[in-house]
Design a protein around this ligand. Structure first.
Ligand code: NAD
Length: 356
């Protein structure tokens, strides 16, 4: 079956990584027609926006996109393209599998967890008020003993609907992927209404899966220590936006760093697959950085497209190249200055060669 996929190369190291990922994914033999569209600061001049409508339309039409990282310029008027994409397409679930592969130095062997992060609410909803603003003054008047006069204020909305759909997503993901347990993470002992609501809803959803998928709750501070000390105890973890952002970087650290951490942003209408890492501007155009994270995001994409067998083959090819440790980028070598390290393209070619 032929698939149409939107490819957004991104900027910084994005284009070279996108090219590498496309090469490896195409080597599986899955018939993909790539529709390439650019987004980011360079589109501003031409279209007046870093995220032109035709990019969004393409993703809406194809329902699936593979995306390289996009830089968020500091101090300019526009919002992060990454955040705008998630918002426009209502990609409410951020899925970050953290699986360690033999051969990846600094990874904890045997880790295989999946972090499901809510992508639309929480302190990241963008409801913020400057210190001294009228809004901040009004809010302060509700709790003058708790908020200092010179405080800036962020609002943390956590809704029943937002919590229910993300927890349900986590359970459905667990079911579809043969996982046994979902751990809900929050800080409900302190934030009784917001995080308390998250747990209340999570318990209700967990009831629907009783006997099928195990459910437990761990506070966010505790999970950080537990994931370092006994990561094998965990399986699928679901949490609100801010905790998810932080805990997924911890997860990336457990499996050897950003170069190997894939991800996906999924909604009911579309899914965008992208690495956890950013555009690493200092490495732009050097054919140097690790393509593994984006190629593994491609593995997730193939699974999403129903191409399970090809996804398994591509994942095995990546695992073999990592285990052999020969055709790998500098960050995967014992010594980062190892002259035998290969470039982005060469590593992708080594992975593609395993699929022949
Ligand atoms: P970054 O992830 O781009 O880079 C941090 C460091 O991690 C790099 O200097 C490099 O040492 C390492 N690294 C990252 N990717 C790697 C790879 N594939 N192989 C080897 N090493 C790798 O983080 P940053 O510097 O904080 O962000 C740069 C820009 O990217 C910012 O503008 C940020 O907003 C943006 N960003 C975009 C996304 C996205 O597109 N989804 C995600 C995160 C950050």
């Amino acid at each position: 079956m032929k698939h149409r996929v939107t490819l957004i190369p991104g900027d910084g190291v994005g284009p070279e990584l996108a090219e590498a990922a496309r090469l490896a994914i195409d080597a599986t033999g899955v018939d993909i027609e790539w529709e390439v569209h650019d987004a980011g600061a360079e589109q501003m001049e031409k279209y007046g926006t870093p995220l032109p409508d035709h990019v969004l339309e393409s993703v809406r039409r194809n329902k699936v996109a593979l995306k390289g990282p996009i830089t968020t310029p500091i101090g300019t008027g526009f919002r992060s393209v990454n955040v705008a994409l998630r918002h426009e397409l209502n990609l409410y679930a951020c899925v970050r599998p953290c699986k360690s592969y033999p051969g990846v130095k600094k990874s904890v062997p045997g880790v295989d967890i999946v972090i499901v992060r809510e992508n639309t609410e929480d302190l990241y909803a963008g409801v913020e008020f400057e210190a001294g603003s009228e809004e901040a003054k009004t809010i302060r008047s509700w709790a003058p003993n708790k908020i200092r006069e010179d405080a800036a204020i962020s609002i943390k909305p956590i809704s029943v609907e937002g919590s229910r759909r993300i927890v349900k997503f986590a359970f459905e993901y667990a079911k579809a992927n043969g996982r046994r347990k979902v751990t809900a993470v929050s800080k409900a002992n302190i934030m009784k209404y917001t995080d308390g609501l998250f747990y209340k809803v999570a318990r209700e959803v967990a009831e629907e899966y009783k006997g099928e998928i195990e459910y437990e709750e761990v506070l966010v501070d505790a999970i950080c220590m537990q994931l370092v000390q006994r990561p094998h105890h965990y399986d699928v973890l679901v949490m609100p936006n801010l905790y998810g952002d932080i805990v997924s970087d911890l997860g990336a650290g457990l499996i050897g760093g950003l170069g190997v951490a894939p991800g996906a942003n999924i909604g009911d209408e579309a899914a965008v697959f992208e690495a956890t890492h950013g555009s690493a501007p200092k490495y732009k155009g050097l054919n140097k950085v690790n393509p593994t994270a984006l190629i593994l995001s491609g593995v997730l994409m193939l699974r999403h497209l129903g191409e399970t067998e090809a996804a398994d083959r591509l994942e095995r090819a990546v695992a073999e190249v990592l285990a052999e440790g020969k055709y790998v980028t500098y960050d995967l070598k014992e010594d980062r200055n190892d002259p035998t390290a290969v470039g982005t393209r060469e590593m992708a070619e080594a992975i593609a060669a395993k699929l022949k």
